[in-house]
Design a protein around this ligand. Structure first.
Ligand SMILES: NC(=O)c1ccc[n+]([C@@H]2O[C@H](COP(=O)([O-])OP(=O)(O)OC[C@H]3O[C@@H](n4cnc5c(N)ncnc54)[C@H](OP(=O)(O)O)[C@@H]3O)[C@@H](O)[C@H]2O)c1
Length: 271
């Protein structure tokens, strides 16, 4: 495993995403992921799977301080009262005393950011969460949020087909983690000639090339989802090779703005 150091906290650069995994499938997937060696798990109130994630974590017997668990505040749950109430519910469902990272899942301008983040800071001070972060925040919104808390993370869509050059620079200069969601672009980058060529050269699957490219970047974590054990194992098998500077650059040059996740409640994205 590669670890990244964020604000003196060591975080596994490769995590396991759980969106769309529910019930027994989610329990089995998370249990298997932990068995394989994943120690960073990403869930959310909106995924309706915190109970399953919690059950798998409890079954694993892995000491709590070896896991990095993220959850996210649901849409419409950003008032201070809702932040407290829903986080308590998340902890109950997850069977945990604290989560490592609590994120605002999506920005919502109907609730002042200082109120939401103020409530999250209070939960951190009380020990219910370790770190405060955001997701789907634009560079402008990150600057605004950073006025109210030391941000630990911005979780955004990031893969070879969607450049996050500006956010990466912000993560570096402000010292937060950029967590790449939909890191595999749901398979859409696998056919790019440079990815195919590097997969052949390293005797790896294109998914492994994409994940390696992400986690080799400073401050970047990636949280691929896989419902099949074969994919979970394969995605974890990326720590025995390296992309050189030229190979990293060639993938970065794919750049582009192929955004896969753009719901009606999304903010006005910035390039
Ligand atoms: N903050 C947010 O708003 C937000 C939004 C979206 C996602 N996320 C987080 O990011 C996580 C990952 O994103 P995602 O689920 O959108 O997409 P993703 O991880 O880019 O892609 C998942 C898809 O890729 C397939 N796959 C996984 N490993 C593979 C491999 N080695 N070879 C070929 N195919 C492979 C999976 O297939 P199988 O299932 O068949 O294995 C699945 O269909 C989510 O689960 C969630 O935790 C957060």
């Amino acid at each position: 495993m590669k670890y990244i150091n964020i604000q003196s906290r060591s975080v596994p650069a490769l995590g396991f995403g759980t969106w769309q995994l529910r019930g027994d499938t989610c329990i089995d997937s998370v249990a298997d992921a932990i068995e394989i060696g994943y120690r960073h798990i990403d869930t959310a109130q909106m995924y309706e799977n915190e109970e399953a994630v919690g059950k798998a974590i409890a079954m694993s017997g892995v000491p709590r301080d070896e896991l990095f668990v993220t959850t996210k505040l649901g849409l419409g749950e950003l008032t201070p009262d809702s932040v407290r109430r829903t986080t308590c519910q998340s902890l109950d469902r997850l069977r945990l005393k604290y989560v490592d990272l609590l994120l605002i899942h999506w920005p919502d301008e109907s609730v002042p950011l200082d109120e939401t983040i103020g409530a999250m800071n209070a939960l951190r001070d009380e020990g219910m969460i370790r770190h405060v972060g955001v997701s789907n925040f634009t560079p402008t919104l990150v600057d605004e949020a950073a006025q109210h808390a030391q941000l630990f993370c911005n979780q955004v869509e990031y893969h070879p087909l969607l450049s996050q050059a500006r956010m990466r620079e912000k993560a570096r200069s402000m010292g937060f983690m950029l967590t790449a969601y939909s890191p595999l672009a749901r398979g859409n980058a696998f056919d790019k000639p440079v990815i195919k060529e590097l997969a052949k050269a390293h005797n790896k699957h294109p998914a492994q090339i994409v994940l390696r490219w992400l986690i080799q970047q400073e401050h970047v974590a990636a949280i691929p989802r896989a419902s099949s054990s074969h994919h979970r194992r394969s995605n974890f098998d990326i720590f025995n090779f390296e992309l050189d500077d030229d190979q990293m650059r060639r993938i970065s040059e794919l750049g582009g703005d192929q955004r896969l996740i753009d719901p009606e409640w999304a903010p006005a994205w910035e390039r």
